[in-house]
Design a protein around this ligand. Structure first.
Ligand code: PEP
Length: 252
């Protein structure tokens, strides 16, 4: 396994969270860990909105929880109003950055090429990009899911990537926030396709792949029941400390 044998439990808070409730959520999660030295067999990552990244990162410092941004620019600094550079993400102590989430692809025009530039820039700063790929319902229905996944992987993963410095999140677009989870067989098929493409592009199948799409405490055990899944990227359920914790517990 690229990072460790620990399952990765990543929470994408999306555009949710004001100061008060985000502190509460973070404290509730921290309280779940009995001591900072506990080895729970999973790596928890939370990705708050940019306004709270610095503060939440300071709150979890020294704990088993790491933080990530939900996006970053491919540029390092300068006249790019509204953008957040990977240097800034690194500066506040975050270690990860979600890139190419389907919401960014759909609403903000992010192409594979843009995602690859951002991922390269994040890698150059020592951040670990969590690169999201996944087919839409239409693509699934016409039987092109595997081809879409291959194309997204080949073109969103930057040239300097290795299986050890990036994470892939397989997130079928039709499963995000819809309550519909991919079947275990779909997850196995697509994850093994991703490994095949990783071998083609990066020379090894041994890449960390997260599944994302309506993961809840009720279905997490099944999602983790295959070795193909190295972790999960959780949206809605990561906003509730008990739910997120129970998903993490289902991984061990
Ligand atoms: C996501 O946004 O990455 C996600 C997987 O959302 P949800 O868990 O709400 O489907």
């Amino acid at each position: 396994m690229a990072f460790s044998n620990k399952k990765i439990i990543a929470g994408n808070w999306k555009m949710n969270g004001l100061k008060q409730d985000s502190w509460q959520l973070t404290n509730d999660l921290l309280n779940k860990f009995e001591s900072p030295d506990d080895n729970f067999g999973f790596q928890m990552i939370i990705c708050p909105p940019a306004t709270l990244l610095s503060e939440i990162t300071s709150m979890v410092e020294g704990s088993p929880i790491a933080t990530g941004a939900q996006n970053c620019s491919d540029r390092l600094n300068g006249a790019y109003t509204g953008e957040i550079s990977p240097i800034m993400v690194k500066d506040v102590g975050a270690k990860f950055v979600i890139l190419g989430h389907s919401e960014r692809r759909a609403y903000y025009g992010e192409t594979n090429e843009i995602v690859a530039l951002k991922a390269q820039s994040a890698l150059d700063q020592g951040l670990t990009p969590i690169i999201c790929i996944g087919e839409t319902l239409e693509q699934k229905e016409v039987g092109s899911a595997l081809a879409v996944i291959e194309d997204q992987f080949m073109n969103s993963v930057p040239v300097n990537a290795t299986v050890d410095n990036i994470i892939i999140a397989y997130e079928p677009v039709w499963a995000i926030g819809t309550g519909k989870v991919a079947t275990l067989q779909d997850i196995i098929d697509i994850h093994s396709k991703i490994r095949e493409v990783a071998e083609k592009k990066l020379g090894s199948k041994n890449i960390t792949i997260l599944y994302g799409g309506s993961v809840k405490p009720t279905n997490a055990k099944e999602v983790f029941s295959t070795d193909e899944v190295n972790g999960v990227l959780v949206g809605g359920a990561s906003l509730n400390a008990d739910d997120f914790w129970n998903i993490a517990m289902a991984s061990i």
